[in-house]
Design a protein around this ligand. Structure first.
Ligand code: KMH
Ligand code: ZN
Length: 286
């Protein structure tokens, strides 16, 4: 693999799993999401993976809330805005498809069912196909979420059957260390990366205590980084994460040390084949 000169840093600030009451620093309101997005862009993030909360800080896929979140982040920042089509383990397939009508730049697309702690995150083949085709119809660029080695096989089967995604580029995110998925180890990362199509780009996410080792492994293997409070609530043993920006700052510091500085949102758009919706909607950061 030839050298990758810059690092895409994605921030996943909220997720659907943690409760605001347990984690007061979790950005849940629209204001908190927007100020988090701005701080994370300033710290080096180029892409934001968005899960939305309702007025009671509960995870929601209600299209009104999701549309408002996408529009507000796009208005306030230059970040690539990716919505989660995974939602929470309790969400219906129709609701997960429904978020694609929120006009995002991208959307996550998990490529297989996985045990998820005590729960099961359901992603049968038929749902994966429906999400993929609905994304392409709407010119939304997917990010393939791969929680296990078999998910790489499913992603490749999807691409073989249906062709390239919107924008023509394949970008995957290895989600490592979920209880039930692949472990956050160098060995697992290497196996997954070797199974990817050679032209694909990829990032890695280490959940919980695998966050830091997975960042080192990903940088060493020419990968990109995803960090955020969706995946990590402890900055160091016994020290809760203060906010998402400090996770992005740490990732940016490591990227600089690896001599692969963070890419800008526009550079990320170029790499990922994402069209600039800021121009078509007339909004965007100055
Ligand atoms: N919340 C998890 C069940 C995604 O965003 O696409 C699923 C998830 C993946 O976070
Ligand atoms: Zn997510």
């Amino acid at each position: 693999m030839s050298g990758v000169s810059q690092t895409l840093i994605t921030v996943a600030p909220t997720g659907a799993e943690s409760a605001k009451a347990d984690v007061p620093a979790l950005p849940c309101s629209l204001d908190e999401l927007v100020s988090t997005a701005k701080a994370c862009q300033a710290a080096g993030a180029a892409l934001i993976h968005v899960h939305v909360r309702d007025d009671d800080a509960r995870p929601t896929l209600d299209l009104g809330y999701v549309r408002a979140a996408v529009a507000a982040v796009r208005e306030a920042t230059d970040l690539v805005v990716q919505v989660s089509s995974g939602g929470a383990v309790t969400d219906s397939y129709d609701a997960r498809l429904g978020v694609l009508d929120s006009d995002p730049d991208g959307a996550s697309l998990t490529c297989g069912t996985v045990n998820f702690g005590q729960d099961v995150f359901m992603n049968p083949w038929e749902l994966i196909e429906r999400l993929y085709l609905a994304m392409r119809e709407r010119e939304i660029v997917p990010e393939f979420e791969l929680f296990d080695l078999g998910h790489v096989t499913t992603m490749r089967r999807l691409l073989d059957k249906h062709g390239a995604p919107d924008g023509g580029h394949v970008h995957a995110d290895l989600v490592m260390g979920v209880p039930g998925g692949m472990p956050g180890t160098v060995q697992a990362l290497t196996a997954a990366v070797q199974a990817l199509p050679p032209e694909a780009t990829w990032s890695a996410t280490g959940v919980g205590r695998t966050t830091v080792p997975v960042m080192f492994a990903a940088l060493a293997a020419q990968g990109h980084l995803r960090v955020g409070m969706e995946d990590t609530l402890t900055f160091a043993p016994g020290r809760p994460v203060r906010d998402n920006a400090e996770l992005v700052e740490r990732a940016a510091t490591l990227a600089h040390l690896a001599q692969r500085p963070p890419m800008t949102p526009d550079e990320a758009r170029g790499m990922l084949g994402i069209k600039d919706r800021r121009r078509t909607t007339g909004t965007g950061a100055s």
